[in-house]
Design a binder for this molecule. Sequence first.
Ligand code: 5GP
Ligand code: MN
Length: 339
Amino acid sequence: MTQDDITHIKSLLHSPKAIVIIPHKNPDGDAIGSTLGLYHYLKKHNHEAVIIAPNEYPDFLKWMPGEDSILKYEYQKEYCDDKLNAADLIFTLDFNALGRIGTMEEAVTASKAIKIMIDHHQQPDDYATFMYSDVTMSSTCEMVFNFIEKLGDLDDLDSEMATCLYTGIMTDTGSFRFSSTTSKTHAIVGQLIEKGADNSQIHNNILDTNSYERMQLLGKALTNLKVVPEYRTAYITLSQEELNTFNFKKGDTEGFVNYALSLKDIIFAAIFIESHQDNIIKISLRSKGDFSVNAVSRSHFQGGGHTNAAGGKSDLNLNQTIEKFISILPQYKKDLKAK
Ligand code: 5GP
Ligand code: MN
């Protein structure tokens, strides 16, 4: 995003506009935090802003300031289509390709609105009028902070915006521990706390909301954990039947894959989750160091993401998916074999 782009966007935002803000499908803390952070900023400037999420998200995100105003495309398609059609501006946050918003893609593509992308995923598609893409960023929330700073409006930051942006930075950095966390990230987080983000309370709201059933499901996942030591790889499976046994709800498996990655000497971890509803195996991949799970997902699992965190899917059954996963490991021998 050049200085010219900023000047242009500043002049666009000078008078009230109809604005739609969109996170990716199955939004996470960064997607909801960044859209809400931007939403509060735009409302302060008298824009008519709405957030349209493609679909539902987990309950542990449903306390964030302004969250109850988020529209869900899967429940209100026609109303949302009208909003998209009438929008002057569409902000797309925390994703790099319109395929990531599912069935909303058509209406967004058809809309005449000026599109502004703010995102930190690798290899972004070229659909936006203005693109603020930076793969070195910890989170889209950090970028929304930078965006507001570029617009010269950091004085607008209030406790609601700070709370939303803090939440997304915290969730996307694994509570400030992933290598994407920089001194700048910490400096920004410091400012967010100063502006009223209650850090301890936010951690409680996100992390300490376990149901007994989720803990039992975690127990099952850990029992299913397998290690392939020669490739420094570990993976977890959860079948639909196992999910049903523990009354699985959206978000329950969030973070499970990190237990596989936390094993000593493991640098590549995966979780495979069977979904009868979508008729796929959902896959989350994680790594440490330079090994790119974005590349693995793009090559083999119809997905992508970042170097150290990516998602994808498989149309094979659970066993076949695992067989495929094991069979591709030798391709990455150079990176994965213990030195
Ligand atoms: P998760 O494993 O938590 O679902 O996703 C990890 C990261 O990969 C997130 O940043 C997410 O946005 C991205 N991601 C997840 N699924 C996909 C996908 O199907 N395609 C792409 N391009 N990125 C994905
Ligand atoms: Mn993100």
